[in-house]
Design a protein around this ligand. Sequence first.
Ligand code: LRH
Ligand code: MN
Length: 431
Amino acid sequence: MTDFSISDDLLQAENAARKPALDEDYAALLRALGRRGIDGDALTRRVMAFGVAIPTWGVGTGGTRFARFPGPGEPRHLFDKLEDCATIHYLVRATPTISPHFPWDATSDYAALREVAAKRGLAFDAVNSNTFQDQPNQEHSYKFGSLSHVKPAVRAQAIAHNIDCIAIGRQLGSEALTVWIGDGSNFAGQSNMTLALDRYLDSMREIYAALPADWRVFLEHKLYEPAFYSSVISDWGTSFAAAQELGPKAQCLVDLGHHAPNVNIEQIVARLVRFGKLGGFHFNDSKYGDDDLDTGSVEPFRLFLVFNELIDARMRGAEGFAPAYMLDQSHNVTDPIESLMQSAIELQRAHAQALIVDRSALAAAQAANDALGAHLELKRAYTTDVSPILAMARLRAGGAIAPIETYRASGYRRHKAKERPPVARTSAGIV
Ligand code: LRH
Ligand code: MN
């Protein structure tokens, strides 16, 4: 029995039922945008060109340190994850790449993996290393850190792992390595914070030296957790300085959940763009800490403001501007496929809204110190419901007008629950 997949017939039937309403809404939106001098069809084409990478660790049910409650039809291995990632892309047509994590996604034949992914219309974005957990039979523990550990042997082990990830990534066609470390301390005095950073930089220099010519390494900062007093790469400033010190292939990755509450993340993005050091994003949302909630589910205006800076940079032709867009979420209470589809749509929305900001009117208001006038230029774009354009972009790209409704109508999860015997593991933790 072949594994179930959503049929073109079902997709077409679901789209056919919704097309007349979409055509009406789309035409009305295009008229409204036309009155503002905006070409709606051109915007739809821009939306069709937008893509974000799915984190392989995001298609399984996530958890917290307290517990993880796996849902039905959990992916058992990387190939189940690929199948779910392909289903997401089939319906939303905005997630053509996946970001793998090693050793969580370790397999015996990476060339075969690349082929299987390609057959499913998927390619690989940045690979993620993992020196924040100990693997079975690992010689040295990362309990007290990895790339910044006081012991050279532990650092060497962590460096070797990152270089292995580069080698795997090359076989997969990736062009970037994301390095996030949990290194830090829980007590004042536990760690010499300057020497810890120096050890990290020494380790990163060895990893940097192993990068192929066309690769980048993304440094991911995080304020706290798992360390609760100091984190070696705790903020954008440290990450930026480290990337400067390492060289042109080193850039900074902004995980939206890795900042103190109320930090102006869109300004951090603008700064990193200005200095040519914005490597990419881990998109998610949060209310308190690194909650890894669905993108756009808590602070959609903030997400829009981040894209407003990105579009401003693109329009300005900012030097070296090529950010990698990736999701990094933990789906503890929803069907991960639904959450990832909706998150991709919220990114498309923020991107489209940022594209319809009247930038000359905004610049004029800023030059005139017309504070409210300037703010209202952003609000006008943000309060424009671009949903018909997002749906039309999906339809024209061969996807679903209503991805979540179509996914539910297909019974995909029910089928996977039959095909994939429950995974015994219910341990706590994010995956
Ligand atoms: C750390 C992080 C990092 C990943 C991990 C799964 O909080 O954001 O990007 O390696 O989550
Ligand atoms: Mn992240």
